[in-house]
Design a protein around this ligand. Structure first.
Ligand SMILES: NC(=O)c1ccc[n+]([C@@H]2O[C@H](COP(=O)([O-])OP(=O)(O)OC[C@H]3O[C@@H](n4cnc5c(N)ncnc54)[C@H](OP(=O)(O)O)[C@@H]3O)[C@@H](O)[C@H]2O)c1
Length: 258
C-alpha cells in the first residue's frame, strides 16, 4: 500500500513533454507520483529530482503501453493501491497514408491510444467510484475534431478518446469522480520531432507551451469542469467552427490543400 496521506497521481508518458510537465506541476502541489513510460533512465532521473526537490514518494514503472502484459501490470498496480488522479497521456504521431505506413506502427497506436487508455481508465474508475472521489485526464487533441488524411488513425483515436470521456463523464455524474478530455493544439514537446514532422511549417502563433497546457488542465481538475478542455482562445474558436462546419465544407478545404 502507498505509505503517505498525500494524493497519488499516475501519469503515462511521464518521460517527456506534456507528461513530464504534468508530473512537475503535480509534485509542486503535493502529489505523490507513479511514473510510466518506456524510457526507464529518464523516469529514474525525474523521480530523483522530485524526491530531492519536493520530498515526493515516487514509483517508477517502465512499461510499453503497446504490450498487453505491461498494461496488465499497471492495471494490477491501480487495483492494488488507490490512485487519486490518472493522467492517460502517453501517445505518438505517425506520418503517411494507410496504404504506405507500417502495419506495426498503426496497430501500436491503436493499442496505446485506445486499448491501454481504456484498460487504465476502467481500473481507475472502478476504484474511484467505490471511494466516491478521484479524477481522470485523457490527453486527446484538437485533432479529435478533424478528419485528417495522412493522420487517419491519429485523428480517429483522438476522437475516440474525447468521445469516451464525454460519455464516461455522464456515467460518473453524482459519483464524485471527474473526467476530462484535454484537447491541446500544437504544443512544444518532442512529439513532432519523434513523428518526423516539420515544425517550421506551422506559424509561430499557433504554438503553445506545455506548462500553459498543463496549467489549464489542472485548473479544470480543481474546478471539476469543463469536461472538454481546449487550451488557448484561438483553438477554442477553431474547435467551435469545426464542430458546426459541415463535413463536406471541411473536406473541400483539405482537397484544396493537397
Ligand atoms: N505536442 C503536441 O502538439 C500535442 C498536441 C495535441 C495532443 N498531444 C498529445 O499529447 C500526448 C503527449 O505527447 P507529447 O506532446 O508530450 O509528446 P512527447 O514529448 O513525444 O511525449 C510522449 C510520451 O509518451 C510516451 N510513450 C509513447 N509511446 C509509448 C508507449 N508505447 N508506451 C509507453 N509510453 C509511451 C513517451 O515515453 P517513452 O518514449 O519513454 O515511452 C513520452 O513520455 C500525446 O497523447 C499526444 O497525442 C500532443
Amino acid at each position: 500500500m502507498h505509505a503517505t496521506s498525500r494524493p497519488v497521481a499516475l501519469v503515462t508518458g511521464a518521460s517527456s513533454g506534456l507528461g513530464r510537465e504534468f508530473v512537475l506541476q503535480l509534485a509542486r502541489t503535493g502529489h505523490d507520483l507513479v511514473l510510466v513510460a518506456r524510457d526507464a533512465d529518464r523516469l529514474e532521473s525525474l523521480a530523483d529530482e522530485l524526491r530531492n526537490k519536493h520530498g515526493s514518494v515516487v514509483e517508477v514503472m517502465a512499461a510499453d503501453l503497446a504490450v498487453d502484459a505491461d498494461v496488465t501490470r499497471l492495471v494490477a498496480r491501480i487495483d492494488r493501491s488507490p490512485i487519486d488522479l490518472l493522467v492517460n497521456n502517453a501517445g505518438f504521431g505517425t506520418r503517411g497514408s494507410i496504404a504506405r505506413t507500417s502495419r506495426d506502427g498503426q496497430e501500436a497506436m491503436l493499442r496505446v491510444h485506445v486499448l491501454a487508455a481504456h484498460r487504465l481508465a476502467q481500473a481507475a474508475v472502478q476504484g474511484m467510484v467505490g471511494r466516491g472521489s478521484g479524477a481522470i485526464i485523457m490527453v486527446s487533441s484538437i485533432a479529435s475534431f478533424l478528419t485528417s488524411p495522412g493522420n487517419v488513425n491519429y485523428a480517429a483515436t483522438k476522437a475516440w478518446q474525447r468521445l469516451y470521456i464525454e460519455s464516461l463523464s455522464l456515467e460518473l455524474a453524482g459519483k464524485g469522480v471527474y473526467a476530462q478530455a484535454l484537447c491541446p493544439g500544437y504544443t512544444h514537446t518532442d512529439f513532432h520531432q519523434r513523428g518526423g514532422m516539420d515544425k517550421t511549417r506551422v506559424p509561430g502563433w499557433w504554438w503553445m507551451t506545455a506548462d500553459r497546457v498543463v496549467a489549464d488542465s489542472l485548473r479544470a481538475v480543481r474546478r471539476r469542469r469543463p469536461v472538454v478542455v481546449i487550451p488557448g482562445l484561438g483553438y477554442r474558436l477553431a474547435a467551435l467552427a469545426l464542430r458546426f462546419m459541415p463535413r463536406w465544407a471541411w473536406h473541400l478545404v483539405i482537397r484544396s490543400r493537397r
